[in-house]
Design a protein around this ligand. Structure first.
Ligand code: TXA
Ligand code: MG
Length: 334
């Protein structure tokens, strides 16, 4: 990818002066600030309308930078970093004291990753600081996978948007916590569980039930469009939706049914990586059509399919069949 150094330089100056910059990563676009500038980080929370209990991921440009941010790096973490960085794996470790509380929401841990995108890496290097960044979307909504997505929702509120084209992975990073005895998967994402377990053996996959969620990406309803999404539905019940404006989101085959005027197929070849890369943009397109409902099809829950199903379940939370007819209310995402 051709990178315009002047633009990166300008972006880095904004970060150094305490501003906020939207930038591409291989997973989704992030909204970044100097991780050691609490006021700059506070602005990210404001712009996203993100609750302060939800900590941010700190992005580094070099694996060696991790040791300044954490107490220690367990051997399994080191192995995974060696295999998957730069890439869509975030590790949660016991933090060093000087990381501002606003970044970690007061937790004793910090989430860190090294993104695999030339623009993100140049930006971090030129800014000369780790960059704290959530996905560049209003809280609760789908993550952006193009610069246009960011522009549509946050344009006038950020200091600069770096355009690196569509994000190749398309779902957020996998988050793995090393804060307990055994590694625990907090969020399935761009590196599959199978890949991780092939390097360090079995990891815990069940979230701990807590009032204050470990990762609000783990909140039941999250990553959601405005249009209700229904995941568990049956082709034989389609008559129920007569007269409604329905869109469908299928894995590999279009639904040949005239009741559906709008359809998105995630991967004609049935490739889960391609499906993940298309997921959020496809849902966003459906979400602009003023549909009554989106019917989404399940994908096989292996490899990246686990991250796709996680996002679809959260996007469709609180909807059960039949979702139309006035009995279901869905709050605006906040
Ligand atoms: O791919 C990604 O991870 C993207 C790109 C921009 O890097 N970032 C992203 O950030 O998805 P965000 O903020 O939308 O999601 C980060 C998740 C949140 O659910 C947050 O709760 C969790 O990471 N998290 C951050 N720090 C944590 C910590 N110390 N312990 C547990 N979870 C943490
Ligand atoms: Mg997010």
């Amino acid at each position: 990818m051709e990178i315009n150094n002047d633009v990166i330089q300008r972006a880095a100056e904004i970060i150094q002066r305490g501003g906020i910059v939207a930038f591409p990563t291989e997973t989704v676009y992030g909204l970044g600030a100097d991780a050691f500038n609490p006021l700059a980080v506070a602005r990210i929370f404001e712009v996203k309308r993100r609750p302060h209990f939800d900590p941010l991921i700190v992005h580094v440009a070099n694996p060696a930078d991790v040791k300044n941010l954490v107490k220690e790096i367990p051997p399994d973490t080191q192995k995974l970093i060696g295999h998957f960085w730069p890439g869509p794996l975030t590790v949660v470790l016991l933090k060093e004291e000087d990381i501002p509380d606003i970044v970690t929401a007061g937790l004793p841990t910090v989430a860190i990753r090294m993104p695999n995108h030339p623009m993100a890496l140049s930006l971090i290097r030129e800014s000369k600081c780790p960059i704290a960044a959530p996905s560049a979307n209003p809280f609760g909504y789908l993550s952006p996978t193009t610069a246009e997505h960011v522009q549509e929702q946050l344009d006038d509120q950020v200091d600069l948007i770096l355009d690196g084209g569509p994000c190749p992975v398309g779902v957020e990073s996998t988050i793995l916590s090393f804060s307990e005895e055994k590694p625990r998967l907090l969020r399935p994402g761009g590196v599959s569980l199978e890949e991780i377990e092939s390097i360090i053996g079995k990891v815990e996959v069940h979230p701990i039930r807590e009032e204050r969620p470990h990762a609000p990406g783990m909140l039941p309803r999250h990553y959601a469009p405005r249009t209700p999404i229904l995941l568990d539905w049956d082709k034989k019940d389609l008559d129920h939706y007569k007269g409604k404006k329905i869109g469908f989101l299928t894995f590999r085959e279009p639904l040949n049914n005239l009741k559906f005027s709008h359809g998105e197929v995630l991967s004609k070849k049935g490739d889960l990586r391609e499906a993940a890369a298309n997921l959020f943009a496809a849902i966003r397109r459906l979400d602009t059509l003023n549909l009554d409902l989106i019917l989404a099809e399940s994908v096989p829950e292996v490899g990246l399919g686990r991250a796709i199903m996680d996002r679809l379940r959260r996007a469709s939370q609180s909807l059960t069949f039949p979702p139309l007819g006035g009995c279901v209310t869905i709050g605006k995402n906040g």
